[in-house]
Design a binder for this molecule. Sequence first.
Ligand code: SF4
Length: 420
Amino acid sequence: MNPKIFDKLKTLAEAAKFDVSCASSGTSRGNKGKALGTAEGWGICHSFTEDGRCVSLLKVMLTNNCMYDCGYCINRRSNDIPRATFSVSELVELTIEFYRRNYIEGLFLSSGVVRNADYTMERLVRVAKDLRNIHRYNGYIHLKSIPGASRELITEAGLYADRLSCNIEMPSEESLKIIAPEKDYQSVYKPMHYIQQGFLQSKEDKQKYRHAPKFSPSGQSTQMIIGASADNDKKILNLANSMYQRPAMKRVYYSGYIHINKYDTRLPALSAPPLVRENRLYQADWLMRFYHFKVDEIVNDIHPNLELEIDPKLSWALRNPHVFPIDVNTADYEMILRIPGIGTKSAQLIVSSRRYGRLNSEHLRKMGVVMKRARYFITCNELASHFTVQEAKPEYLRRILTLPARKKEDDRQLKINFED
Ligand code: SF4
């Protein structure tokens, strides 16, 4: 590869690594000396398609120059970092070369904002357009929409990209005003709205004309930074929930704030990103999308933040012991989904298998139910008089379910004590 292009790639792939809205997260373990490989988090990330396939994407920025100065961003105008910009043709060629060599199955392209939103967006669209029209590239493309970009450009982008995204970044308008005062909520919401309209229009056109072009067939996604502002989980999850009511919104990503711009006093001085909180938010998001939980069942005025110690489903179960135990042989699917230790797949298996006979704990275990957890919340054939959350009391269960797992000794394993 041309060394100039390689240098640009290094800078611009590194610059893109903090954007998690393509389902990838970075790691910082580099290659020391003669080690094999590196886990340094830039270049290739992974994303999941509608049918569950995992695809590897070239994750890169068109430019890391930016006219904005957002407090949480490494690429902000006031940072003294190496800067680079790809030309449209360089980026198109790079993608095609990587694609042909089977390094990647798609492209995730974002950008800093130069000159103005439309100037930048137009270049992003040109990359996608050239890939599709000139090179007949049929791989996956995820384009980041630039806040403030015009409807025409967003509509054009949707004809070439599989997915479009626009990051909300901050969970509330007030925190955006403090941390990124040059941006306004409208400039983020408008492109989101254009994407939604394009998506709906294309659906309507498709019903009338079989060959009508598809608009952003994988819908749109967005990202919120967690922990950079004082917004609580109730605010974050309510916002995410309202996003999911929008027809084209497929995923909301939660990105634990990384304290990069240490000199910026508007931002909290976190020694590490709030990864446990980030994980709990993903679990809560999952409960909303697949387990039919309402936001106010997960967080409310009394519990505005998710518990870090236990997952949100267990937390809900311990706060609502009166709902349990649930009889897995008679309860409906919705209730079975609420039992800690039972996932959507095992809940479906339970409902379909009990038509052939009563289920016992062995059947449940074989279906993938985590009995260690579920046993306190269910009754089934041989667990009828089992010690449940009603008898055990939630505080006691909380204690035993959060005990660190003891390492099981395998007694089939020969033990040899080596002397030092
Ligand atoms: S507009 Fe985007 S790239 Fe520019 S400083 Fe803000 S977050 Fe960073």
